[in-house]
Design a protein around this ligand. Structure first.
Ligand code: PBG
Length: 330
């Protein structure tokens, strides 16, 4: 029900800053932010990702220094992504269950320095395979059930190293229940699963693939496992299945172009939703900011607020540190 002009004037509630604060329906908070981190092999190295201006890949010895601002700002969680060298990659992604791989080393190092920060481990094979696909390939097809076994093993490896939340990003069928069962068997009953339930086969992952150096290895595309950007009802089925299989929260990805999916899932389910503002979105925004086409602070804050309005509980964003500083100073 709504009154009519001139008794009702919608602009009254916008008349000053204090009133606008009182009637605001959504608010961006530091509690909402997850910061993705790229880790590289070697010692005392920081390298820029050329397609993601301002984003660095760091070695384990640099990690604590690199993460310090996140701890200072009280950012609740980090998502870890390894850059595995070509020599360590094979067709089955065996490096994913090496207890001394980059993710595991990073987890141990970070838990030592920042025990209160939650660590999210991406589970998929693409950082470890010689072909850049998320699973094992047989006769040119990424096979589902064999891949799941490796993902479960990878999850246990990460949990052993101190990863708090397992985030399968591979889009194989049935992997959430396989991982849950394996975690429970090993007594990791409180290790959470944040599944990429609706992950689309998107062009917006391009800069990320540059960052983890899998883009040049990848032959073909990921359309036989990641979702078709044309579909949204299908996302509801994906989320429903993951809830039934034991997911504690779900991720929808990419972010901004897929906020309609966030809204649809929010209206259907009660599970916490994480939206991932992916590398290509970061690159687009940064380009506009660096060219002076968009105001830096306002474009970051407005964009992230839109995720909240769509119904996301948390946002994975490469802008996490900058956004947290802006929120703190507001
Ligand atoms: C790996 C993975 C990808 C991203 C997160 N995990 C890339 C892909 O599926 O090809 C993309 C993140 C980003 O673009 O920021 N499975």
């Amino acid at each position: 029900m709504i009154g009519s002009f001139p008794l009702t004037r919608m602009r009254r509630n916008r008349v000053d800053q204090a009133t606008r604060r009182l009637v605001a329906e959504n608010k961006l908070s530091i509690d909402d932010l997850i910061w993705p981190i790229f880790i590289i092999e070697g010692h005392n190295i920081k390298t820029e990702v050329s397609t993601m201006p301002g984003i660095k890949r760091v070695t384990i010895d640099q990690l604590a220094f690199h993460i310090e601002p996140a701890a200072q700002l009280n950012i609740p969680a980090l998502a870890l992504f390894p850059v595995t060298s070509k020599e360590k990659r094979d067709s089955k992604g065996s490096e994913s269950f090496n207890p001394n791989n980059l993710i595991c080393q990073a987890a141990r190092e970070l838990k030592k320095h920042f025990p209160e920060i939650i660590l999210i481990g991406d589970v998929a094979l693409d950082p470890y395979t010689s072909h850049g696909h998320d699973g094992i390939i047989k006769n040119g097809y990424v096979v589902n059930d064999e891949t799941i076994d490796v993902l479960a093993r990878q999850s246990i490896n990460q949990a052993n190293a101190g990863i708090d939340i397992i985030a399968p990003s591979d889009m194989m069928d049935g992997r959430v229940s396989a991982i849950r069962q394996e975690l429970d068997k090993e007594n990791f009953i409180n290790t959470r699963i944040m599944s990429y339930a609706a992950k689309y086969a998107s062009v917006y992952y391009g800069p990320f693939r540059d960052a983890v150096e899998s883009g040049s290895l990848l032959k073909g595309n990921k359309k036989t496992y990641q979702m078709d950007p044309a579909n949204s009802r299908e996302a509801l089925s994906e989320v429903e299945l993951d809830i039934q299989e034991g997911a504690d929260s779900i991720i929808i990805k990419p972010g901004l172009p897929y906020l309609d999916i966030v809204r649809r899932v929010r209206d259907h389910f009660n599970i916490p939703i994480v939206s991932y503002q992916v590398s290509g979105e970061y690159a687009m925004l940064m380009n506009a900011i660096q060219n002076g086409y968009l105001d830096r602070e306002q474009s970051i804050l407005e964009t992230l607020l839109c995720f909240k309005r769509a119904g996301a509980n948390a946002i994975m964003t490469y802008f996490a540190i900058e956004a947290a500083k802006l929120i703190k100073n507001q």
